[in-house]
Structures are given as structure tokens and as C-alpha cells.
Design a protein around this ligand. Sequence first.
Ligand SMILES: Nc1nc2c(ncn2[C@@H]2O[C@H](COP(=O)(O)OP(=O)(O)OP(=O)(O)O)[C@@H](O)[C@H]2O)c(=O)[nH]1
Ligand SMILES: [Mg+2]
Length: 450
Amino acid sequence: MSDLAGKLRDALSRIAGALFVGEKEVNELVKEIQRALLQADVNVQLVLELSNRIKSRVLKEKAPSVVSRREQAVHIVYEELVRLLGEKEIPLALSGKPAKVMLLGLYGSGKTTQAGKLARYYQKRGHRVACVQLDVWRPAAYEQLSQLGAQCGVPVFGMPREKDPLAIYRAFSKEYPKYDILIVDTAGRDALSEELIREINALHKEVQPQQSLLVLSADMGQSALAQAKAFHEACGVTGVIITKMDGTAKGGGALAACSATGAKVMFLGTGEKPDDLEVYRPEGFVSRLLGMGDLQALLDKVQDAVSEEQAADLSKRFMKGDFTLIDLYEQMDAMSKMGPLSKVLEMVPGFSQLKLPKDTLTVQEGKLKLWKHAMNSMTREELDEPEVIDASRAARISKGSGVPPGEVRDLVRQYRQSKRLVRSLKGGNPKSMEKLMRRMGGGKGGLKFA
Ligand SMILES: Nc1nc2c(ncn2[C@@H]2O[C@H](COP(=O)(O)OP(=O)(O)OP(=O)(O)O)[C@@H](O)[C@H]2O)c(=O)[nH]1
Ligand SMILES: [Mg+2]
């Protein structure tokens, strides 16, 4: 379970690093996502809906270009996960005088700390807030909450020596109407027990809170699900707070807990200080779950990883000589970002001694863009085997993409020349290779030694 985020991330990295995203790749991606979510106990129906939507969207929605399809796939998965976890942030609906928020959860999940944080959160927003400590199990629970309350000037009601939580709650009943919001801290246990559930249930009946918030820590695995269910049956959980989001765990357990209770995450605890509370925003949470600062950062990272890999792999992949037009495009794109061709060729065995023109390989950006458009109007067959592109196909591609026929021919020529380059590489004759490269440099645009 703790590995949910890792598994989703792996699946996404694979698709983000794929050169071509077609039906086969999408099916594999969806299968991996399904497996990861099901292992995390996410409701089967939800998983099926999610995967069907991902599949049909990736295959149907037209990507701006054939080579950005993988980016689009990553984006769609991200959007669908966000949808699963709630599309919009949920305002905490509070009504009544006072409105009551009861915090529930096991030992150490962070109830008392979040009580202090919530008090501060609402107080800063102009509400009159008070807390009441009904935890009679944790030693010094009252002192802990009192200190937190004192930090923001919020009164804390409690009776350090009283053992009956109902008696404590009733003892201050005259005070509550003076406040807008009452935050109720309750006891945990080190595991779910009948006794705890009975106690919580009795308190819930007495307090009748508008909100029963389940406090879960981000590092909780499989057990989050059972907890969520039991607390939900006892008190009707209305929302979830995930704490310790500042740690290494990413809160994947929340997925299962939310799908079990139908309750959505409302706040995230991001540290031990009173201000370390964030209103939950699904986009940010999914980004964190997937381990990206934001989506763009992931795409950038993947892009970098791809070009590094390509650079290191250049000799191997090209020596094989069975590359497609998409491979070629990727190579040119990567090279235009990588800089000096001589640097790249240094990695090719036998070519480090070769005297190449000092300057860089320049693939003009405008040219690459045109080629990208042209490729977008090609069939899969044409992309895999550009040799089939004859005059009439070139004319069709040109018409479909609005790219001048000359450019389409240039692209095909570029492909053929690259193939020949590879053949001479395979032949291992540096001299003929040098000659060929110089010849390639003679064309207009394209691969060129400036
Ligand atoms: N890093 C980090 N620590 C947190 C966060 N929230 C709570 N903690 C820490 O987690 C520990 C337990 O927090 P408590 O608020 O006492 O947990 P509790 O649920 O009230 O625990 P019991 O009263 O024993 O049931 C404390 O050391 C807190 O400082 C958080 O968002 N981030
Ligand atoms: Mg506590």
C-alpha cells in the first residue's frame, strides 16, 4: 500500500518516456494503474470507472501532435486521479451556534495538534473559537491542548482529573453558545477496539457535531481503510484530515479511506507548528502523491531523463539501424537541446578520435516544428517506415498538415540520410562517415554543421 504512489509514478514514467503512445501502450498503462489501485483497496467500481475514462480519453482526445501524446496521457491520468479525490476544494460547512467539529482517530494520528491548528485557522479568519478536551486516556492531554490554545488565545475547556468524557462535555455546556466554533478533541487507542467505538459513539450522540473529521497520518497504509470504515459506522465521518504530509509518506492510504467512506479530504497537516495546516486542494495532493512538485515538473524531469538516456543510448539504438521517424524526431529534438554533436559522438565507440567540425549540430527549431506538424498527418505505417512515403503520400501529408511539400520531402530525405549514416557507422568506416556527414550538412536547414 505504501507503494501506491510509487507504482502510479512508475506507470506514468514509463508512458512519459515512451516514444509512441498507442492503444497497446495505453492498455498497459491502464492495467498497471488498476493493479496499483486495487492493491490499495480502492473500490473496484471506482477503479473501473477511472480506468475506462483514462483509456477512452487518451485514445480519443486529439493530442496537439503525435509526439506530445505521451504528455497528454500523463496529464489525463493526473486529471482523472484528481477527479477521484474530489475535483474542488470543499469548504467546511459550518452552521449552528456554536458549530461543532469533532476530531477522531487512533493514537498519535495528530488529533490534538490538528485541534490547535484548526482553532488557529478559524480564529485568524475572525471566528470566535473554543476547544474542549474530551480525551481522558492520553496523560496530560488537557495540558497539551491548553498550551496550543494559549498560543493563539483560544480558550480550552477540560478537567484533567475527570475520567468520564461525557461529564466533562456537560460541565461546560453554558460556555459553548458564546462561541462560533467549538473544536472537540477525543481519545484514541493504539488499535481499533469495541470500547473506543462505543465511547466515540456515545460522545457523538451527546455533542452532535456538524463535522466529524477523521484524522489519518500520511504514513498509514492498509489500516487506514479499516479505521475509516469503523469510525464512519460509529459517527458518520464527514471529512478527513491527513497529517504528516511533510514526511516521506505521500498519503496514498487516504485514497482507500476516502473511497470507503465517501468522505473527502478537507485539510492537510504539513508540520508540527500551529500554522502548518493547509486546506486540501486535490491537484496539489495528487501532485504530491505522484511525487511531483507539479505536473510540469514531472514532465520536465521525464523529458530530461529521456534526453539523457537517449544521449547515453545513442550509439546502441542507432547502431541497430531500425529506428522509425518518431525515433529520428526524438533524436533531433534531443540533440538540438543537447548541443554539440561532437560531444554526443564522443560516446560512440571509435568516433572519439574522429575529427569533426568543431561547431554544433543545429536543427532549426522552426524546421522541427514543421516536421512535427507533418508527422502528425502521417499514418502509423508511414511513421514506422517512411520509405513508403511516395509522391502521392507526400502530397496528402502536405495537404493534411499545411506543411509545404518540399518540407515533407526534406523530412523523408533526412530520414534516409540518417539511415545511411547508420549503415556507414555499422560498417565502421570513419572516413566515409565523415564524408557523409559533410554532405548532410549541405542541405537547407535540417542537420547542419554551422
Ligand atoms: N511532522 C508532523 N508532525 C505532526 C503533524 N501533526 C501532528 N504531528 C506530531 O505527531 C505527534 C502526535 O500528535 P498528537 O496531536 O498528539 O496526536 P493525537 O492523535 O492527539 O494522539 P493521542 O492523543 O495520543 O491519541 C506529535 O508529536 C505531533 O507534533 C504534522 O502534520 N506533521
Ligand atoms: Mg491527543
